[in-house]
Design a protein around this ligand. Structure first.
Ligand code: ADP
Length: 478
């Protein structure tokens, strides 16, 4: 079985330990053994990135463009192969997995261009014979910590801007999905970046991630994952004055008003709540339905849900892949039991499935007529489980949509411009979707949320410069 090493200072380095990467669609299929770094190896990677920063921060923007553009081109050229690797290790159906790979390639291409477009300002001073410049400088070493649900796109949208703006990188992917991260690192290793500029350190969050967040040589941490780990990252960074950015999930509402097109509203609910097995932080886990069409909506969604094909991610006819891990499957089953105990009606019953290959399969679940205060409506589940909440009108829909600690994405289906405008203005979310699913975003505009979903400046698009640079004001006398 192939061993996959860490990439540190331009070399592939063995770690003291390794871990099997197992296909959630077929538990008998192991993709390989991936390195697990200890604290010492992690610190070596940080030291190398720290050393490489001095020259990389001064590198020409043409060099940065060339490296990032080459990485993007190779990802796009190998989309089928990388897509099947991603599907095999994470469990999302092959078409979605290939789409994610394409997205990663596009992101590298976008930031190749952004390297050329970094802007400052030149202003007159309020004092005579002085001018003022406002320029952006890279931070230093950026520690990148990513989750398993988008194992190539999230690393891409953190690594590409970090490098484009002149930072060096230590990157720790999720333990569950090191394969896509390793393949990306292998492409990056041949892109012409000087040694030490990019480093891959696979291993445990509590070892590798914790070393990143505590190290005085890491100037900034960009993190996507759970709220509890996000809190730990925040505490460590605040205590040593490091910059940090957190993305921590959602409990996203999709409001369906009685004037909406029911067929498309049901399609958007199905897509937003269940595709990617519900394992998206932008998933529509709360379906807030106006009273007059609630029952019709439930009937139509139930018909679609019961026809969904759950199966192996590599089977082209699969619509719902397996859950990514046993612990996530256990969490999903726990929340179904919580919903039942809370008295909610599980209209479409979700449960574990035995299919041709042994995997973490489950059928989708739909609770109806739920109370928004219930735990299944307040806590992020991260599985193919959604609820309906019946509301009287738009006012109640907006109040319900906002009654959550999260604020990542919020959607509405309506034919009314004034209802859409009111929702767009009043919903407490970083991203609003009008007549669209809550999940599914572009890469050239900001991504992020309000309240407990996110902390710090936005990711993606040119707004990423806010995190990956700091502003320097220069006064020039004559
Ligand atoms: P999830 O429940 O989705 O796995 P986590 O927050 O546990 O979410 O994981 C997200 C990322 O954070 C992973 O790469 C994980 O290894 C990392 N991580 C976990 N614990 C820590 C920690 N104490 N410090 C830094 N990173 C961590």
């Amino acid at each position: 079985m192939k061993q996959y090493h860490n990439y540190i200072n331009g070399d592939w380095i063995e770690a003291i330990d390794s871990q099997a990467n197992i296909n959630p669609s077929d538990l008998g299929d192991t993709l390989g053994h991936y390195a697990r770094a200890d604290q010492k190896q992690t610190q070596e990677a940080i030291d190398c990135a720290h050393h490489a920063f001095q020259s990389w921060s001064m590198s020409s923007i043409q060099t940065r463009f060339n490296c990032l553009d080459m990485i993007g081109s190779e990802i796009l050229a190998r989309k089928e192969e990388l897509g099947s690797l991603l599907a095999r290790e994470e469990g999302k159906p092959i078409a979605e997995a290939t789409g994610e790979v394409i997205r990663a390639g596009q992101i590298f291409k976008f930031y190749a261009g952004e390297a050329l477009r970094l802007q400052g300002e030149h202003l007159p001073s309020v004092r005579p014979n002085i001018s003022v410049e406002v320029n952006r400088s890279p931070l230093g070493v950026v520690g990148i910590i990513t989750p398993w649900n988008f194992p190539i796109a999230i690393p891409a949208w953190k690594i590409a801007p970090a490098l484009a703006y002149g930072n060096t990188v230590v990157f720790k992917p999720a333990e569950l999905t090191p394969g896509s991260a390793w393949a990306l690192a292998e492409i990056i290793s041949r892109s012409g970046l000087p040694e030490g500029v990019f480093n891959l350190v696979m291993g445990a969050g509590t070892t590798v991630g914790q070393t990143f967040i505590n190290s005085p040589k890491v100037a900034g941490i960009t993190f996507t994952g759970s709220q509890s780990t996000g809190g730990r990252v925040a505490q460590a960074c605040v205590s040593r004055g490091a910059k940090f950015q957190l993305e921590m999930g959602g409990k996203n509402p999709l409001v369906v008003l009685k004037d909406s097109n029911l067929t498309t509203a049901v399609e958007y609910a199905l897509n937003g709540a269940y595709f990617s097995t519900g394992q998206r932080c932008t998933a529509s886990s709360r379906l807030i339905i106006e009273d007059a069409i609630h029952d019709q909506f439930v009937d139509a969604l139930t018909e679609k849900l019961t026809a969904l094909k759950v199966g192996n991610a590599l089977d082209k006819t699969t619509q719902l892949g397996p859950v990514a891990s046993q612990s996530q499957l256990d969490q999903n089953m726990k929340y179904i039991a919580i919903g039942q105990d809370e008295g909610a009606t599980e209209h479409v019953r979700g449960g574990c499935l035995d299919l041709a290959t042994p995997g973490h399969y489950m059928s989708p679940s739909l609770f109806i007529e739920t109370d928004n205060k219930a735990r299944i409506n307040q806590e992020e589940i991260f599985g193919p489980i959604a609820t309906t909440i019946r509301v009287a009108d738009l006012e109640e829909a907006i109040a319900t949509a906002n009654d959550t600690p999260f604020g990542l994405s919020a959607g509405i289906c309506t034919a009314s411009l004034s209802s859409a405008t009111k929702f767009k203005t009043e919903c407490e979310a970083g991203m609003v979707m009008i007549n669209l699913p809550t999940a599914g975003v572009d890469y050239h505009v900001p991504f992020g949320g309000t309240k407990q979903s996110s902390y710090g400046s936005r990711e993606q698009g040119r707004y990423a410069a806010e995190f990956y640079t700091s502003v320097k004001t220069a006064y020039i006398g004559t």
